[in-house]
Design a protein around this ligand. Structure first.
Ligand code: ZN
Length: 308
């Protein structure tokens, strides 16, 4: 009798433990953030960078990633576009690795609804280039790659003062020669950048300048100095910023150029700082919080840090 009791106890204990483990398993799966990466057209190597971005996100253990791919560049057949119907509401956040033709109207409307209802957006590098003819998009991202008639420009002068150049004045969007440059954290309290060195060295990359747009409600997290010697503007240009839109948050990072056929050992996406911005930016856009720690090997003011 005593023995049977003891066995019962053991079995029910084991069952309870198993149930607990299952519940824990369920809750950690439910805690994962669902990210939809959009690609399909880009003047950059999205065929190789989308899997790399997936890997960067997934290795944090915080995300489940999915990919929606548009028809290829130049395909204007409406039937081909019929298959591109991302169910945005099924995801917490959209990461755009897309720079191409404007999406069909129903996709644009669905995307606007998604953001209005609290969906997050993380734009990577050339993702701020497309859609000049989509006003809601320009409002959501604030600054885009446009000529000088595409909107105002925002930058910082030598004394750290924020300047605003009106539409039609000053340079078009562009970039000088690629080179390593220092990223300056302008907001050290924001969850995405909190704990980063004030200045950290980013490896050879494009440094976009004079981005243009409505630039309303801009929260600039980081800038970089665009030197005249490199073909830039002589101003500190916004590199990472976010904008509130409806209940949603849109984060844009201009870092991370990867050209077609570029040797992966030279990808700017390997920068630990770039990866911190993408992972923490995606998490923050989705939830308003950051739990992903900074990489142990963050770059410092004079040393780049490249991850595998
Ligand atoms: Zn580029």
């Amino acid at each position: 009798m005593k023995l049977r009791c003891w066995v019962c106890c053991l079995i029910s204990g084991a069952v309870a433990l198993l149930l607990l483990a299952m519940m824990a398993g369920t809750s950690s799966a439910a805690d994962k953030i669902d990210v939809l990466i959009i690609d399909g057209q880009n003047n950059h190597d999205f065929e190789r960078t989308t899997p790399y971005l997936k890997q960067i996100l997934e290795q944090t253990g915080r995300f489940r990633t999915y990919v929606a791919t548009t028809p290829p560049q130049g395909n204007t057949d409406p039937n081909a576009w019929k298959g591109f119907r991302p169910q945005f509401a099924d995801y917490d956040v959209v990461l755009s690795n897309y720079n191409g033709a404007t999406w069909p109207e129903h996709v644009r409307t669905a995307f606007e609804e998604f953001v209005k209802n609290g969906g997050g957006v993380m734009n990577v590098h050339a993702a701020n280039n497309p859609f000049p003819d989509w006003p809601a998009w320009n409002d959501m991202i604030g600054l885009a790659w446009r000529n000088k008639d595409g909107g105002d420009r925002v930058a910082y002068d030598g004394s750290g003062r924020r300047i605003r150049t009106p539409k039609g004045e000053g340079p078009d969007s562009g970039h000088g020669a690629q080179h390593p440059y220092t990223v300056i954290v302008r907001d050290r309290e924001h969850p995405i950048t909190k704990g980063m060195p004030v200045e950290w060295l980013h490896p050879k990359d494009e440094l976009y300048h004079a981005q243009r747009g409505p630039a309303l409600n801009m929260n600039i997290l980081a800038t970089a100095f665009s030197s005249k010697e490199s073909g830039g503007t002589g101003f500190d240009e916004p590199m990472v910023w976010w904008i509130p839109s409806g209940k949603g948050r849109i984060v844009t990072s201009l870092l991370g150029h990867v050209g077609r056929d570029q040797d992966p050992s030279t990808w700017a996406m390997r920068c630990a700082g770039f990866q911190a911005i993408v992972t923490r930016g995606t998490e923050w856009a989705a939830t308003g919080e950051v739990t992903i720690p900074l990489p142990t090997a963050m770059p410092t003011y004079d040393k780049v840090s490249l991850l595998p």
